[in-house]
Design a protein around this ligand. Sequence first.
Ligand SMILES: Nc1ncnc2c1ncn2[C@@H]1O[C@H](COP(=O)(O)OP(=O)(O)O)[C@@H](O)[C@H]1O
Ligand SMILES: [Mg+2]
Length: 211
Amino acid sequence: RNPLANIRSSAELAEGIASPLAQKNINDIICQVDRMSRWVRELLVSLRPASDTAEAVDLVAAIEDTHQAFAQQIERNGVHFSFEGPHMLWVASQPLQLTQILNSLFSNALEAMPKGGVLHAQVSVQEGQRAQLVLSDTGKGMSQQQERMVFKPFFTTKQGGLGVGLALVKRIMERFGGSVSLSSREEEGTRVSLTFNIAAGEDHGAQHPGS
Ligand SMILES: Nc1ncnc2c1ncn2[C@@H]1O[C@H](COP(=O)(O)OP(=O)(O)O)[C@@H](O)[C@H]1O
Ligand SMILES: [Mg+2]
């Protein structure tokens, strides 16, 4: 077991027998350990060594997988999800990293729409062998001042937030020759646009049967 999991389970055990006064401190320990674990997980994914070679990844399938993974939370928040785009589109990235990116963006969008809204994903082919994903939400949005800060590591407006999500999205996108931009309006929503290189080679569908 990793040390963080160890600290967590010891704290849980202590919580069961501690005095009411100590309970709050123990609860703090558990919350902070969870925060640290999330952070470590994000960092590990972003720092994986063999991560510089791009592979062909089906962007559309990855979006659908992420949608499935968040289905419960989407329903619980009263969010309507819609997708517009081709049935598949192979882009230059890495499966794990792309999942990481989409998880971050879906989390942010859902966290911005606690009382429901619309999450829309639109995939399109652009000029010059580029592909674009635009993910827009109708959440709380942000001020212009915040908008300028969002890609800075550790910038967060959330209690217990890590502020590494978008910084990593940017880093990963740039690593594979892509880019990310964000535009937002307070009380209206946020739009994140990702640009990928379309994967080199043809007929990726045949190389990835069943995808
Ligand atoms: N879809 C969104 N809607 C509103 N604000 C957002 C959205 N995505 C990101 N933000 C803002 O950008 C900040 C940084 O996001 P991120 O890097 O993912 O860190 P975290 O989610 O841990 O705060 C958030 O705290 C929030 O203020
Ligand atoms: Mg986030």
